[in-house]
Ligand binder design. Sequence first.
Ligand SMILES: [Fe+2]
Length: 276
Amino acid sequence: MPIAKLKKILNPYVNHARKLKIKPIIRHYDKDVRVASWSGASFHEAYFSPFDIPPPAKFNAQGVARSNVIDAKVAEVACKVIADFGGFITDYLGSNVRLDDIYMFWFDPDKVENWSLSNSWHDDNVGSRVKVFVCFNGDGSTPTVVVPNSHNIPYSPRKEEISRFSGVRNTQDVAGQVELRYKSGDLAMFDTSCLHRGLYEQPSAKRTVLVLEFIDRDKSNRIVGYAPCGPGMSKVGEVIFDEAGFKLLEGTGLLDESLVSAQCGNYVYSLKNSIK
Ligand SMILES: [Fe+2]
């Protein structure tokens, strides 16, 4: 059998073994998360006044594009979110929480060639983490579907991850699921340890969202590379703030100063900066 084919078959199992390795770390940091205090999913209609943010030229084969460049106008919206929900998130996740990642995310159904892995039911394999979607453009037909209260158990990698990473889609309705049908101006928030999926199948529509992720900083530092977390979702990923945007977000107290470096008038937020 060719090595590439063998690797493709083995990869989901290797991936699962890597998740088993971080299980005790996630459980250690999650033991004080107040999971019982929240169903794990919230929705706020007509939360803010959105403005137009044009998409980048390139979308990937899953029909999505992502930008980690955050200017002052977007940072202002992020600051409002943190002013309104930062207290709740800190109470829920603990005082060691940080803004772990922030990015603009576009979906265009006309550009879908392959189904995204996030179309199937999953948790994000990082334990408790709060993800906020702030919808700049959308008509509610491309929701995130979440199963409330499915986060209320200590983390274990799900066996279904092996088939998901083998390319098997699982989009069947689940008892108790709620559809967070955010449209322009709405905000949705959920714990990514809840079972969830992106409902990208038709009828779906173009969607533009600002995403903010909050997690315990020491947990993220220890599991990055094994699970998708940290700025830009990896050890070497970056968020770029312009100066005004950085100053605004710095004022929230939820940026991790150890991840920041100044570069050519901008500020780079990356785990690369924490390795001195
Ligand atoms: Fe996810």
